[in-house]
Design a protein. Structure first.
Length: 254
């Protein structure tokens, strides 16, 4: 369907002849943010729309019992290449094949923004979250050049995912509250490396030239930029201007 993000888009995306190490991950932010807040050892976790399931693999290394779900067999085939002790499941985010309240942590990264109506998926994620457990939603933030870029490409019918939206922290907290969840904390992240570098690297890959995934030209400058970026990300400014935001919300026990 025009103006949508469907299984065909993702089957094509994950069918590209790319090595996993040539595909950007999220710099392990899901595991880092989760382990900053609580111990994941022994927790039952579910990643919805997992793609390569690298986030679940990272949680498994920290002792979680990790399950990763995606509806694209092509994506799950790439996830199986990575290994990592994760149980892979093919299923629909709007009809999760699990009992109520079986996961201590449910999360999705780069997924909800592709749903024109995110309510059914969110209800399912909340349903399978255990009372007292957490749901983490990680999505693009509205006020960033990335938003302008994708809107332009969508208008041209050239966006790789077909369709995508974006959120603010305030809007995301309100959305989760309406689903009976209690937002507890939020984070923001900027692109690293920059969006411009990633675009250049993608163009060069299509021309057959492989550039470094995460270049470090001058180590002292790189370290300084990383410290400054981290400081801004962890401020109120970061929540308003970051490329991506994430909100942890707790499911009430009663």
């Amino acid at each position: 369907m025009a103006g949508s993000s469907d299984k065909g888009h993702w089957d094509r995306f994950w069918s590209r002849p790319r090595r996993l190490e040539d595909i950007y991950d999220n710099d392990d932010r899901i595991c880092r943010e989760a382990t900053r807040r609580f111990s994941v050892r022994g927790l039952h976790t579910l990643e919805v729309g997992a793609a390569t399931a690298r986030d679940s693999a990272s949680l498994a290394k920290h002792g979680a019992v990790a399950v990763a779900l995606d509806y694209s067999h092509k994506a799950l085939a790439r996830a199986s290449e990575a290994g990592g002790g994760v149980m892979l499941v093919c299923g629909d985010a709007e009809a999760l094949p699990f009992r109520d309240g079986v996961f201590d942590l449910v999360f999705h990264q780069g997924v909800m923004e592709h749903f024109r109506d995110p309510d059914p998926m969110t209800r399912e994620c909340a349903r399978v979250t255990a009372p007292g457990g957490a749901l983490l939603v990680d999505v693009p933030q509205t006020f960033h050049p990335y938003t302008l870029l994708k809107k332009a490409l969508m208008a041209l019918g050239a966006w790789f995912a077909g369709w995508e939206t974006q959120y603010t922290v305030v809007g995301l907290r309100g959305f989760l509250t309406r689903h009976g969840l209690v937002p507890e904390s939020a984070y923001a992240r900027y692109f690293s490396p920059s969006l411009s570098y990633r675009l250049l690297r993608e163009v060069m890959l299509r021309l057959g030239v492989r550039m470094q995934l995460r270049p470090v030209l001058i180590p002292p400058v790189h370290r300084l930029r990383s410290r400054v970026r981290s400081s801004v990300e962890n401020s109120a400014i970061g929540l308003l201007t970051g490329c991506v935001i994430g909100v942890f919300a707790r499911k009430p026990r009663t």
